[in-house]
Design a binder for this molecule. Sequence first.
Ligand code: TRP
Length: 330
Amino acid sequence: MKETVLSGIRPTGNLHLGNYFGALRNFIKMQYEHQCFFFIADLHSLTTHPKPDDFHGNVRRVLAEYLAAGLDPEVATIFVQSDIPEVSELYVLLNMLAYKGELERTASFKEKVRKQEDNVNAGLLTYPVLMAADILIHRPTKVPVGKDQEQHLEMTRVLARRFNNLYGQEIFPEPTAFNFGSDLLKIPGLDGSGKMGKSEGNGIFLADDEKTIHKKVMRAVTGSGPTEPNSAMPESIQNIFTLLRVVSTPDTVQYFLDKYNDCSIRYGDLKKQLAEDIYKLTLPIRERIEAISADNDYLHRITKHGAEKARESAQATLKLVRGAVGIKRF
Ligand code: TRP
């Protein structure tokens, strides 16, 4: 069944291989199978008071990276949250239905209170309401979310239900999580720790150049051995092979597996191959990131096009919402 899918992208950090082989590749595939909305959640990032230049720069960088990786503005609706004023209006209306107690109990809010105790603003408290407005304004059925966002999606369903009940109209469908299942590859970090992330020395970014990739990979944790043929693999070596499997050919993987199993493997060679194959895979993306970032006309054109499509959908919802609430023009 063709679903309406919506996903919000936080404008922070650079995309790394973990993002790419995780959600991003699924987004790229999904855009051809469903009606997709992707947007940069720039208003959300104001809760931490970024400098105005950083604020815009972050939107530009993240947008360029997603486009370079393969999100297609001719196929999906790709836009910037702050270009859609209808979202802010729905946010106001939904705030009237959100209770202080339930917002205070949200895990993400409690964490922020702990982390930035000198800036506990109302935007932080109502972060899930703004997210609900992002979602409900397009009335999607599916929202791909990670574990950390499940509670927010639940809050979205609560607000949708509460609105529908209060006004006696089925305006909002209750969206559920889009689960990628086994298509969501988990990419290990280079520091031997579980997952690839943003931290120094752990992740490889799509924007990294050849030297940086090489340096990071050569520093990856491996250890020594094995000394017995066909030994079990320690986790750090398994991690290198997991990375090799996603970026190299099956022949290359087999070549190094055989070398591992007959104890002749040299980890320097393995990592050199891995670095080279990561470089080959990411080079075209990096070139596109650079080209798109420098092309303001293109970014202007596609965000304008995206905003037009998104506003059409948002205005249709808002018309129903205003009608239900009883907002009428004289
Ligand atoms: N809160 C999400 C995050 O931190 C980003 C986001 C904002 C979002 N609005 C959204 C995600 C709507 C999905 C749908 O990752």
